[in-house]
Design a binder for this molecule. Structure first.
Ligand SMILES: Nc1ncnc2c1ncn2[C@@H]1O[C@H](COP(=O)(O)OP(=O)(O)O)[C@@H](O)[C@H]1O
Ligand SMILES: N[C@@H](CC(=O)OP(=O)(O)O)C(=O)O
Length: 442
C-alpha cells in the first residue's frame, strides 16, 4: 500500500502568492502528499494583519452596530491579489460578497473566522488541482459545541477513502445543524492531525516558518538549537506552556495511531525539521532537557490555614468555588498548612475579588493573598528522571541572575519542573535557563 502524507500549512506559509507557489512546489514534489490542510493567510511582515484577526474584527463591528467595510476591503484585497498573482480563474469577488452579506446579516464569530481557511482552501485546491472538501462536511461538533472525535473519524475515513487527493481547510467544522464551529486559535494544527488519523497517514507534516521546534522560543533567545526528535508528551508540555509552533491538542489524534509528526519550514524545505514520535521510541539522552517554554500573566492566590491538612474537604471547597466561577487552576502547589492556586488572568476574567471573597467566606482561612503579574516557565525533558541536579541547575541559574522564584511545581511524571516568577523577569528567565541547558551533557 502506498504511503500517505497529510501536510498542514500554517498562515505564514500561505500569506501571499509567493508563499502559495512555495507550497505548490513542496506538495507536488512528493506524490504521497495527498491531503493538504491550509490555514488562513498570516502576517507577511511584523506589522501585517492575520486574516483570522480581521475576520473576527468584522463580526465584532456588526455586533456593535458599526460598519466594517474598511476592514473587509483589506481582506478582499489580500485574497483577490493572491488569486490574480497566481493566475487563477476563481470568482473570488462573488464568494467574498456572499461572505460579507452573511457577516452583515449577523453570522457568528466562528463562521466569520472560519472563512479565512475556507477561502485559502478554495485557492489552494485550484492551484494544486486537488479536490476541495469543505471541513464542515468532515469535522463534526455536537450541538453543545464539543468536538465529536469518533463520529469525525468515521466521516473522514468514509469520505476520503474514495478521494485520491484533496484540500481540506483547517480550523473549523460544523454541528449537525450546519452551524460552523471553530477550534481554539491555532486549531488548523488540530484539523491536520484529525485528517492524518482519519486516513491512516504514515506521516503528519506541519509546515511553518521555522525549521523545527527550538529548545526555546526564537523570539526570546537568539538562534536557539533545534530539537531533532521529541516525544508527543514532551511536545505537549512545551506547546501547552507557550511554544506556539503546534497546538497542544494536535497531539491526541496522531498519538492514538502512533503517527509521527514532522515540523518543517516552507521557506527552507531541505532542512530536516523536528520529528515528534511516540513515547516508546528511543530518545537521544545526550541532552537531559528537551526544551524550555513559558507563559506570562498568571495570578497566584496563596491561602494559609493552620491544620489545613486535617480539615476534610478543604481542597474540594476551593475547587467547587473555582468551578462555580468557570475557572480552572493551572497548578496547586501545597504544604501542610498552605495551598496556592495558580490561575491564568485570561481564565480569571477580572473575577479575582469575587473568588477571594467566596474563599474567605466558605473556608475561613488565616490569610489569603493574591499575587498578580506572575509568569510560569517549564523546563521539560524525558531524560530528567534519570539525571541528578536538574533542579539545582534551574534554581542556581535563576538565583545567579537575581530572579526570585515565587513558586515551584514538579509533575509526578518528572517530565517537567515549573517555576513561577515575576512577569518582568520572564524573558531573562527563559534566556538564562536556555544558556545553562544548551550545552550537550556528557
Ligand atoms: N520553541 C519554539 N520553537 C520554534 N518556534 C517557536 C517556539 N516557540 C514559539 N515559536 C514561534 O512559533 C512560530 C510558528 O508558529 P505559528 O506562528 O503558529 O506558525 P504558522 O503560521 O505556520 O501556524 C515561530 O515563528 C516562532 O516564532
Ligand atoms: N487561522 C487560525 C487557525 C490557525 O491554525 O492558524 P495558524 O496555522 O496560522 O496558526 C488562527 O489564526 O488561529
Amino acid at each position: 500500500m502506498s504511503k500517505v502524507i497529510v501536510s498542514k500549512f500554517g498562515g505564514s506559509s500561505l500569506a501571499d502568492s509567493k508563499q502559495f507557489n512555495k507550497v505548490k512546489e513542496i506538495v507536488l514534489s512528493n506524490k504521497n502528499r495527498r491531503y493538504i490542510v491550509p490555514s488562513a493567510p498570516g502576517k507577511r511582515h511584523e506589522k501585517d494583519y492575520k486574516m483570522t484577526d480581521l475576520l473576527y474584527l468584522c463580526q465584532q463591528h456588526v455586533e456593535q452596530g458599526v460598519p466594517f467595510d474598511e476592514v473587509y476591503k483589506i481582506i478582499e484585497k489580500r485574497y483577490i491579489d493572491i488569486c490574480l498573482e497566481l493566475g487563477l480563474t476563481l470568482d473570488m469577488k462573488t464568494i467574498l460578497n456572499e461572505i460579507k452579506d452573511n457577516i452583515t446579516a449577523g453570522a457568528s464569530a466562528d463562521y466569520a473566522a472560519s472563512r479565512g481557511e475556507y477561502l485559502n482552501g478554495l485557492i489552494l485546491a485550484s492551484l494544486l488541482k486537488y479536490e476541495f472538501i469543505d471541513a464542515s462536511e468532515l469535522i463534526i461538533f455536537s450541538e453543545n459545541g464539543q468536538f465529536d472525535s469518533e463520529a469525525t473519524q468515521k466521516r473522514v475515513n468514509q469520505t476520503l477513502k474514495s478521494i485520491e487527493k484533496a484540500v481540506i481547510p483547517g480550523f473549523y467544522g460544523a454541528m449537525e445543524s450546519g452551524q460552523i464551529k471553530t477550534f481554539s486559535r491555532g486549531g488548523s494544527d488540530v484539523t491536520g492531525a484529525i485528517i492524518a488519523r482519519g486516513v491512516g497517514a504514515h506521516l503528519y507534516e506541519n509546515w511553518t516558518d521555522v525549521s523545527g521546534f527550538c529548545m526555546a522560543d526564537p523570539r526570546i533567545v537568539e538562534n536557539p538549537q533545534y530539537i531533532k526528535k521529541i516525544t508527543y508528551r514532551e511536545l505537549r508540555e512545551l506547546s501547552y506552556m507557550g511554544a506556539s509552533v503546534l497546538h497542544e491538542e494536535a497531539i491526541f489524534p496522531v498519538k492514538r495511531e502512533s503517527i509521527p509528526i514532522r515540523i518543517k519550514n516552507t521557506n527552507a524545505p531541505e532542512d530536516v525539521g523536528t520529528l515528534i514520535v511516540d513515547d516508546l521510541s528511543p530518545v537521544n539522552y545526550t541532552r537531559t532537557i528537551t526544551g524550555i517554554a513559558g507563559k506570562k500573566d498568571f495570578t497566584v492566590i496563596a491561602i494559609e490555614k493552620m491544620l489545613m491538612n486535617a480539615e476534610k474537604g478543604f481542597i474540594h471547597k476551593l475547587l467547587t468555588i473555582l468551578e462555580a466561577n468557570g475557572i480552572s487552576a493551572e497548578h496547586m502547589p501545597s504544604s501542610i498548612d498552605s495551598i496556592s492556586l495558580v490561575i491564568s488572568d485570561k481564565g480569571l476574567k477580572n473575577n479575582i475579588q469575587k473568588v477571594i471573597n467566596e474563599i474567605r467566606v466558605q473556608t475561613n482561612p488565616d490569610s489569603i493573598v493574591a499575587y498578580p503579574n506572575m509568569a510560569l516557565i517549564a523546563v521539560v525533558g524525558r531524560g530528567m528522571i534519570k539525571t541528578k541536579g536538574i533542579s539545582a541547575k534551574v534554581f542556581g541559574a535563576l538565583a545567579k541572575e537575581g530572579i526570585n522564584v515565587r513558586m515551584i511545581t514538579q509533575g509526578s511524571s518528572e517530565l517537567n519542573i515549573i517555576v513561577g516568577i515575576e512577569n518582568s523577569d520572564f524573558e531573562r528567565g527563559i534566556s538564562v535557563l536556555y544558556k545553562v541547558f544548551q550545552k550537550k551533557e556528557a
